[in-house]
Design a protein. Structure first.
Length: 116
């Protein structure tokens, strides 16, 4: 059974966090894919702002699983150390080279398709 985000009266950031918590281990998605799923296709940057604040959220938000549309680790500066985002993804079986996910299409998780 597929999970679905409940679109009740919650903030955009909280909706982003709900989506990110559903990304399976070993998969990644993009800021734009999350924005599109939430009905705000032109708000990828706002998703990025949400991810910048996700480290204080409870329950935990696996922010390492959100990258740019090309598979680049553009948010890595928001993790504890410069290589932490890469290490977290590699621990999930994702290969990274020069700050870019290898075989990005294989690891890409599209909430618009997965959360029907």
């Amino acid at each position: 059974m597929k999970n679905q985000i409940r679109h009740k009266e919650i903030s955009f950031f909280d909706k982003v966090y709900q989506v990110v918590r559903l990304i399976p281990k070993g998969k990644v998605t993009s800021y734009g894919a999350i924005a599109k799923y939430l009905g705000a296709a032109r708000s990828a940057r706002m998703v990025g702002w949400a991810m910048n604040n996700s480290h204080v959220c409870k329950p935990h938000v696996p922010a390492q699983r959100v990258v740019n549309r090309m598979g680049l680790l553009t948010g890595k500066q928001h993790f504890g150390t410069p290589n932490m985002m890469q290490k977290l993804l590699e621990n999930e079986g994702i290969k990274i080279k020069d700050n870019q996910i290898q075989n990005f299409e294989k690891h890409f998780w599209d909430p618009s398709k997965e959360l029907l």
